[in-house]
Design a protein around this ligand. Structure first.
Ligand code: HEC
Length: 153
């Protein structure tokens, strides 16, 4: 009796795993033409550590195609992009973007829970101390500019 129900649970789980692979997800990277402009080396730091969740240049890895992991990846990227999107940084006069500059600084300083698993799985993506310092310096310097070109930096 036990074995039968275990077997049926196991086989239904396999069926379910197969079926959920067909739930469509829009794993797209829309064109990114108005991204944040900053010195090349600094941009590469952001690309390394933040772009997978905060841009339209997500490097979708193979795990991002296997449900249910793909659902988690997808929802993380979706909420990451809506919190902060470096690809549309220049496309908006939204004051929240300005606000996010200080938020970015605090996230770089303190780190957040959402990044921990990602950096655990991709240790090479995490910013080094000196990369963080360079980014913080740039963010601080540019956020002191109050003129109309503020958003275009
Ligand atoms: C694994 C995906 C992932 C990575 C990598 C990642 N983030 Fe996030 N980030 C998110 C998600 C999801 C949210 C929205 C939910 C939340 O605030 O926890 C977010 C929110 C934020 C916010 C808004 C916080 C707030 O209080 O509104 C900032 C700023 C931010 N991230 C900066 C960064 C920076 C800078 C990096 C790179 C150093 C980075 N993130 C890397 C997923 C990520």
């Amino acid at each position: 009796m036990m074995t039968v129900s275990f077997k049926s649970i196991a086989s239904w789980s396999i069926v379910l795993l197969i079926v959920i692979q067909f739930v469509p997800l829009q794993r797209i990277n829309p064109p990114a033409d108005s991204g944040i402009k900053l010195p090349h080396s600094l941009k590469s730091f952001l690309k390394q550590a933040c772009y997978d969740c905060h841009s339209y240049e997500t490097r979708w890895t193979s795990i991002a195609y296997i449900a249910p992991v793909s659902w988690l990846t997808f929802s993380t990227v979706t909420s990451g992009r809506s919190a902060l999107n470096f690809s549309t940084w220049n496309n908006t006069d939204n004051p929240e973007i300005k606000l996010s500059r200080s938020k970015i600084m605090s996230v770089i300083l303190e780190g957040t829970a959402h990044q921990r698993l990602y950096y655990f799985l991709k240790p090479g993506a995490q910013l080094t101390a000196s990369q963080s310092r360079e980014l913080l310096q740039w963010l601080k310097a540019t956020s002191e500019k109050k003129d109309s070109t503020w958003f275009k930096n």
